[in-house]
Design a protein around this ligand. Sequence first.
Ligand SMILES: [Zn+2]
Length: 387
Amino acid sequence: MSPCHDTLRLAEQLIAKPSVTPDDAGCMDLITQALQPLGFVCEFMDSGTAPFRVRNLWAKRAGTSGQTLAFAGHTDVVPTGPLTQWHSDPFTPTHKDGKLFGRGASDMKTSLAAMVVAVKEFLALHPNPALGIAFLLTSDEEGPAIDGTVVVCEQLKARGAVPQFCIVGEPTSVQQTGDMIKNGRRGTLSGKLTVQGVQGHIAYPHLADNPIHRLAPALADLVAMRWDEGNAFFPPTSWQVSNIHAGTGASNVIPGECVVDFNFRFCTESTPESLQQRLVAVLEKHGLTFDLKWTLGGLPFLTTPGTLVAAVQKAIADETGLQTELSTTGGTSDGRFIAQICPQVIECGPPNATIHKVNEHVALSDIAPLKAIYRRTLEQLNSAVAA
Ligand SMILES: [Zn+2]
């Protein structure tokens, strides 16, 4: 059986398991069955209470150098959406038009299969490598991500057993596997602002205090604000309003308060604290009476070009001929947690055009190159840490 078939078969076995967040549905058992014969010590670090019990796996195989590459990812998938809109059952891996269809085909069960097979091939050639190899898997990446990767990272930090390099298998490519990798992600900071006024009859505005009118000039300032200039790896921090609401339902009433939901996507040039202070200063400048609740969704991370970026770039160039593009675009990922304990984190996976959609798929022609890129990266890093 060809190596490509190994990856395809494992990807299909994983897709057949309906592992909607936080249910792992046996995916990690399948993966540990493949890893244990390769010398991995597999440890489950499950977290959370039913019905939101999360499965987490830390599987480790020591190398002679003391340096470790962790492959990271998630076995959970998002819900299918309307079944009638799928060409085939989302949990029955199906081939059509040169593509593999199924929920998780792109995000990210093919990556998991490619990682496992790449490691197996690498170890067949290097039974006692300098490079240690690990897998950090969770069944809660698509959900609240409270009992998932972050829990494993805390454990590893407490033990002082952190990896030096990490590849997250999120789908990062655009047209073809390897054309884009992520060397960072922006942070996310949300806020709920409630501006207080005084409710009253709309015909007697002198007896009321309209919070919408008070908010308007402050909002204009916030929209016009330049939060930072970004840097070589990130676009400038952006501030966006997702919702404004006020009103009592009656057209003759000035409402007593106005609520604004907003979100920062911020780069490494700003901190949550600096953004909070600057936003509050604008509200105070306009003399608003307000209440503000903040939710920090994730800190930004950035891996500047170094050993890991070079290894992945060379692996991609050697395998595909592509000069991969480094990007920090897109939403957050579990990379934000891993970057707190691991100095070099890269995300590299197949094209992401159909993730979370109905009829999610991966091109069959993307599968073997993905596995080969992971294997070549193992070779590159193994040489780098042995030197
Ligand atoms: Zn994903």
